[in-house]
Design a protein around this ligand. Structure first.
Ligand SMILES: Cc1ncc(C[n+]2csc(CCOP(=O)(O)OP(=O)(O)O)c2C)c(N)n1
Length: 676
């Protein structure tokens, strides 16, 4: 670890820094809510970074080769908003005054897609660190795929800023361990070491030696002992950039609410306004020329806004290099532009396999592996891996190689046993652009990555999750591994699409739907056990999946159904078994496959009524999971055959028997309903 030298700075520097502090105090005061102290402490760091190091163009926040900056401690977002306004992004002073108000672009925690220049949705602590690791991976992989000797068109750094809370949260431990292992040399993190959290001093709960911890992960670590020392911060960033074979952490000792006579270094500065009087005292103490709220000195704004000219120049230089690249490597450039724009290539789905009963019973996870490998050659942006369950989840692109420290242009990721980081890294790949990322684990462990999944949904990212071993059907591993409530929990996330295909043919359609789905995450929920491939000469084709639910087996004479049988995944086999028996008994049954409630709910009422006629109130739903989400579809008069207990360790056929998920029970429930 190296210590860095200190030096003095100019009055203009101080004015610019205090502008951020004043805006932070005023915006939080005006909103009467928010976090002023952290922004005040970090203003010098932000100033050095955004004035001297970060490569960005406020006029074009999407310039592909810009450096990325992630404020992992999203509660301090007034820092980011102030800097975005001051440097000249399309974010005005009136919008700063609207901090935390309805409809504003300055919400209480930074949200991707809402505020220009915000690279990630952050607030749940630790996530941003994981996102930054994902972005650094994205940069390294894209660079390896697209740069050519003398033409480094992808060549940028990823910075993150983390608080004590960020570094306490497990996800940052996982992600930083992975980043060290992968030697992500262009990842530079700052740790805001201010010794304060909400409850009080960090020593209440935190005595890690963070420097040594990161060194043990394989990071390059530096300390800046004074967060107001611009030269020291500057020198540390320079040193970090020179280290290209390790990620860097710069630990900066700061003082929360710096300059506030009564709040500095106290937990009270964390999550509430300083108070009108204290704001005045602080402004005086900082030598601020006026007490007028939201006053921005002209010299300060002018100086900050030099970022526009600098950014335009940086982007222009890059565009010049890019033009040369384009003329030398036209096809590559076209492909890079396609990837960054998120456009699918022509014919990406040409190789999608079809399956028939002649292929034999097949676990849907196995079918998924085949489909993935059929798509992969035509869809190079499809990259991913698993949390140490590559074979079990069928998540490997065969022959794609493993992304590693010395091997970047590869397609498979070994996230290690780090589901939480995997989720956050997939989001980072999504934020960066250029990829359709996917990640696999057992459905039960979706619980370990729920926070980043929720953020993917909120930020409209589009990772694909491969969740296998999706029910008691996994058998002998027993109740610790058998999901019960996970399907309901996933379906409860707004903007999450859950697809649980019934057989291999539906798996093909599920993948098609997942790749086409642009505006949110998709969870493919897959069996461990074999399931029969449905005879589509007898039953409806699997492309009904795109509508979420479809009539698989119609009533024999096409009459209005006396009873509707609805199932997903492996339980469609039970539905079809019962359907055939009921029809033989002369009961007009209809069998419906409902692989995705969300896709179905998005269809027009007319289609939904055609599949589930409002008059057909005798309905039986079957799914080996918590019944909760089904009541919407079966209504008051319906029956759900689900599970409201944990599973058991045994061969799966026995568990299905014991827990009452059998054709007989479906038939019994249906006949009881049909006979009123
Ligand atoms: C996962 C998660 N847990 C809890 C919170 C609530 N929270 C917001 S900030 C914070 C801790 C504040 O301490 P620190 O991270 O050091 O931030 P600072 O006080 O320096 O701003 C907590 C617990 C959160 N945002 N995310």
């Amino acid at each position: 670890m190296t210590d860095v030298v200190t030096a003095t700075d100019t009055a203009l520097d101080q004015l610019c820094i205090n502008t951020v502090r004043a805006l932070a105090m005023d915006a939080v005061q005006q909103a009467d809510s928010g976090h002023p102290g952290t922004a005040m402490a970090l203003a010098p760091l932000a100033y050095v970074l955004w004035q001297r190091h970060l490569r960005y163009n406020p006029a074009n926040p999407d310039w592909p080769d810009r450096d990325r900056f992630v404020l992992s401690c999203g509660h301090a977002c007034i820092l980011l908003y102030s800097v975005l306004y001051l440097t000249g992004y399309d974010l005005s002073l009136p919008e700063i005054k609207q901090f935390r108000q309805w409809g504003s672009r300055t919400p209480g925690h930074s949200e991707y897609g809402l505020t220009p220049g915000v690279e990630a949705t952050t607030g749940p602590l630790g996530q941003g660190v994981g996102n930054a690791v994902g972005m650094a991976i994205a940069e390294a992989l894209l660079a390896a795929q697209f740069n050519r000797p003398g033409s480094a068109v992808i060549d940028h750094h990823t910075y993150f800023l983390a608080s004590d809370g960020d570094l306490m949260e497990g996800v940052s431990h996982e992600a930083c361990s992975l980043a060290g292992h992968l030697q992500l040399g262009k990842l530079i993190g700052f740790y805001d070491d201010n010794h304060i959290t909400i409850d009080g001093p960090t020593e209440l709960a935190f005595s890690d030696d963070t420097a040594r911890r990161f060194e043990a992960y394989g990071w390059h670590v530096q300390r800046v002992s004074d967060g107001n020392d611009l030269a020291a911060i500057d020198a540390a960033i320079r040193a970090a950039k020179r280290v290209t074979d390790k990620p860097s952490l710069i630990i900066v000792r700061t003082h929360i609410a710096f300059g506030s006579p009564n709040r500095q270094d106290t937990a009270k500065a964390h999550g509430e306004p300083l108070g009108v009087e204290e704001v005045k005292l602080t402004k005086r103490n900082l030598g601020w020329p006026t007490l007028e709220p939201f006053w921005v000195p002209r010299e300060s704004l002018t100086h900050w806004r030099r970022a526009c000219e600098r950014g335009a120049r940086l982007e222009a230089e890059w565009r010049e290099r890019y033009a040369a690249y384009r003329s030398a490597h036209g096809d590559l450039a076209t492909e890079l532009e396609r990837r960054l724009a998120g456009r699918l290539p022509e014919g990406w789905d040409a190789g999608l396999p079809t399956f028939t009963p002649a292929d034999g019973a097949m676990a849907t996870r196995a079918a998924s592996g085949k489909v993935l490998n059929a798509i992969a050659p035509r869809l190079p942006e499809l990259i991913g891996g698993s949390a140490d369950l590559t074979g079990s989840t069928g998540s490997e692109v065969k022959g794609g190689g493993a992304f590693a420290a010395g091997a970047r242009a590869r397609r498979n990721f070994h996230f290690g046993v780090r589901e939480h980081a995997m989720g956050a890294v997939l989001n980072g790949l999504g934020y960066h652009k250029g990829f359709v990322p996917y990640g696999g684990t057992f459905l039960i462990f979706s619980d370990y990555m729920r926070p980043p999944m929720r953020l993917a949904a909120l930020a409209h990212l589009r990772p694909i999750y491969l969740f296998t071993h999706d029910s008691i059907g996994l058998g002998e591993d027993g109740p610790t591994h058998q999901p019960i409530e996970q399907l309901a929990a996933l379906r409860a996330i707004p903007n999450m699409t859950v697809i649980r295909p019934a057989d291999a043919a539906e798996v093909t359609e599920a993948w098609r739907a997942a790749v086409l789905h642009q505006q949110g995450p998709v969870a493919l929920v897959l069996t461990r056990q074999k399931v029969p491939i449905i005879d589509r000469t007898k039953y409806a084709p699997a492309n009904g999946l795109r509508l979420g639910a479809y009539v698989l087996g119609e009533t024999p004479g096409g009459e209005t159904p006396q009873v509707l049988l609805i199932g997903t995944g492996s339980e469609v086999e039970l539905v079809l078994g019962a359907y055939e028996r009921l029809v033989a008994l002369g009961i007009a049954a209809r069998a419906v496959s409902m692989p995705s409630m969300e896709l179905f709910a998005a269809q027009p009422q007319s289609y939904r009524d055609a599949v589930l006629p409002p008059g057909a109130r005798a309905r039986v739903a079957v799914e080996a999971a918590s019944p909760q989400p089904w009541y919407r579809w079966v209504g008051e008069g319906g029956v759900v055959l689900g599970l409201e207990r944990f599973g058991a360790s045994a061969p799966y056929q026995r568990i299905y028997q014991e827990l009452g998920l059998t054709v007989e029970r479906v038939v019994d429930a249906a006949t009881a309903l049909a006979r009123g």
